[in-house]
Write a protein that binds this ligand. Structure first.
Ligand SMILES: C[S@@+](CC[C@H](N)C(=O)[O-])C[C@H]1O[C@@H](n2cnc3c(N)ncnc32)[C@H](O)[C@@H]1O
Length: 224
């Protein structure tokens, strides 16, 4: 499947091949640099929990599950990912750490979620929207499975529009099919999607370290 977008498109086959390559070394390379985003996403989930209540959480693009131990135990987590090699590591992590609040880790395409509408109290997608072939369709699916009144929490690398980092990002964008993500991903893809979806409202957006490279954005789905 290939869906053209602003800039380079990614294809499922490229993404799967890239993450099969990344899986054995993913944790060594990406644990620290992307930790602030995972911590921020987990804190946003924590803020949604109420004493004595559980929260049904979907983690889209759970990968090797680096964020799973960060979620509050009140979150009953379902994780999905396209890549079996990444999921195998996540399953091992869950078993080793005894994360019994992780209910399921399922191979599934984020652009075609098999869950019913309004299934989850919250959906997190850490470092995923820049990876999928069709970000808008993925956002549609995430919004569909979020219940009215629920929250969508996105963490992404968003390109810088000027300066040396922006130049490097644009150069790296030419190689995104091998990297498995789009370094030149513009915020406008998410912003324009949200503008076209009155049922979702941006409730917070801020840059994260290192160097403001990453952004956390929280959306609320309105009650009907
Ligand atoms: C950069 S990793 C992020 C993993 C994890 N959330 C983290 O913070 O480390 C992106 C993940 O998205 C997954 N992915 C890519 N395309 C996908 C799709 N269409 N559906 C589901 N997962 C996908 C990849 O397999 C990979 O595990």
């Amino acid at each position: 499947m290939s869906v053209s977008d602003e800039g380079k498109s990614l294809e499922h086959a490229h993404v799967e091949a890239a993450y099969a390559r990344w899986a054995p070394i993913y944790d060594a390379v990406f644990t620290a640099v992307m930790k602030p985003g995972r911590v921020a996403a987990a804190a946003a989930v924590e803020a949604l929990t109420r004493p004595g209540e559980t929260l049904k959480l979907l983690d889209v693009g759970v990968g090797t599950g680096l964020e799973l131990p960060m979620f509050p135990r009140a979150a009953r987590v379902t994780g999905v990912d396209l890549s079996e090699p990444m999921l195998a590591i996540a399953r091992k992590r869950v078993a080793e750490l005894g994360l019994d609040n992780v209910e399921a880790l399922i191979a599934m395409d984020a652009m075609a979620l098999t869950f019913e509408d309004d299934s989850f109290d919250a959906v997190v997608a850490p470092y995923v929207i820049t990876v999928v072939p069709d970000p808008r369709r993925t956002l549609d699916e995430i919004a569909r499975v979020t219940r009215p009144g629920g929250e969508i929490i996105l963490v992404n690398h968003v390109r810088q529009e000027s300066g040396p980092i922006g130049w490097i990002e644009r150069w790296m964008g030419a190689h995104s099919h091998r990297l498995g993500w789009r370094p030149d991903f513009p915020w406008s893809i998410i912003g324009d999607w949200a503008a076209a979806h009155p049922e979702v409202t941006l409730v917070g957006r801020r840059s994260l370290n290192p160097l403001g490279l990453f952004t956390i954005a929280r959306f609320k789905k309105s009650r009907r």
